[in-house]
Design a protein around this ligand. Structure first.
Ligand code: ATP
Ligand code: MG
Length: 295
């Protein structure tokens, strides 16, 4: 089905569309079943006028995006358009890259994480990150991996076993590892390792979880498992996920933001509810990208 099936101004409601595997169909099916989480742990994030440089190279220009509490937002766009750069500005990872600079504000609970006196370690506890390649500590046990963030941050917990179980359950891994918590994490499959990294991120109780292509190194089965986990987590937190997989964006996200660099610095071209971005995008460049005409 062409992507612009619904974009010609007629009244055809997306809900009335026949079952389909098209992006628009998948996104509208997701939207019809999904309620944004009531987010007891969640918190919204607001990026305002973000610019990012590597040396003199302006990689990202004036990106403003709101991430409402308890929602999942997908960041999409061709390689090199600044998705990873942008997501790294959201928890102050960008400033650790030599030569990197940035301008703009990122508000968590209304407070700019870049304002003077903010403790970077504390910010990272509230805004966690999961990377493209699963990166558990291979020589630590599964259980030690889950608790390693707490240890690094010198946080004390009352009952470590309960927390470990809770995090592994929320990451969708508990059933598979509960009998071998003392085994080395290096012995897990790639998909299990990625869910372990999610459990590790959850242990410090972040309000926001950033995920930069978390499934790109995984097989389709593991990918679906992680997507399931994202759906569960979104009940209680705010999630921002970079993905090259349009079907994935359609399956997991409530909102989608399209980035493009077009020869110059990366810009955010358009953001909206995912089913609208995939069925009737406002910008021709978004339509060209989501319909597979480039990128
Ligand atoms: N560490 C770095 N040093 C210098 N330039 C960088 C660095 N990281 C990224 N860039 C540049 O910034 C721009 C945006 O890169 P970024 O990695 O954010 O893109 P991306 O959208 O995540 O791409 P991909 O989809 O391939 O992961 C590119 O021009 C890239 O070359
Ligand atoms: Mg990237």
């Amino acid at each position: 089905m062409p992507i612009n099936e619904y974009s010609d101004g007629d009244d055809m409601s997306i809900d009335a569309a026949p079952a389909t595997n098209s992006l628009a169909g998948v996104a509208s099916a997701h939207a019809s079943t999904r309620q944004p989480g009531n987010a007891p742990l969640g918190s919204g994030l607001e990026a305002r006028g973000i610019h990012a440089w590597f040396g003199k190279h302006l990689a990202l220009e004036n990106v403003s995006l709101d991430f409402a509490s308890g929602t999942v937002t997908a960041l999409i766009g061709p390689s090199g358009c600044g998705k990873s750069t942008f997501i790294r500005t959201l928890n102050r990872m960008h400033e650790f890259i030599p030569s990197a600079a940035m301008a703009g504000e990122v508000l968590l609970d209304g407070q700019d994480i870049y304002s003077k006196g903010m403790d970077v370690t504390k910010i990272r506890l509230q805004i966690g990150m999961v990377f493209q390649k699963p990166n558990p500590f291979p020589s630590m046990t599964i259980g030690e991996n889950v608790l390693s963030g707490l240890k690094l941050a010198q946080l004390k917990v009352e009952n470590k076993d309960d927390l470990m179980q809770e995090c592994l359950e929320r990451a969708g891994l508990w059933a598979e590892v509960k009998d071998r918590l003392g085994a080395h994490a290096g012995g897990l499959s790639g998909g299990q390792q990625q869910r372990l990294c999610i459990a590790r991120a959850l242990a410090v109780k972040p309000k926001v979880l950033l995920m930069d292509e978390p499934c790109s190194a995984l097989d389709p089965g593991s990918t679906l498992r992680i997507e399931d986990t994202i759906g569960q987590l979104a009940q209680t937190m705010t999630i921002i996920i970079v993905t090259h997989n349009m079907q994935q964006a359609a399956r997991v996200s409530d909102y989608t933001a399209f980035f493009l660099s077009d020869g110059g610095p990366g810009n955010m071209i358009e953001v909206g509810p995912t089913n609208e971005i995939f069925s009737r995008p406002r910008d021709q460049r978004t339509e060209n990208y989501v319909s597979g005409r480039f990128g």
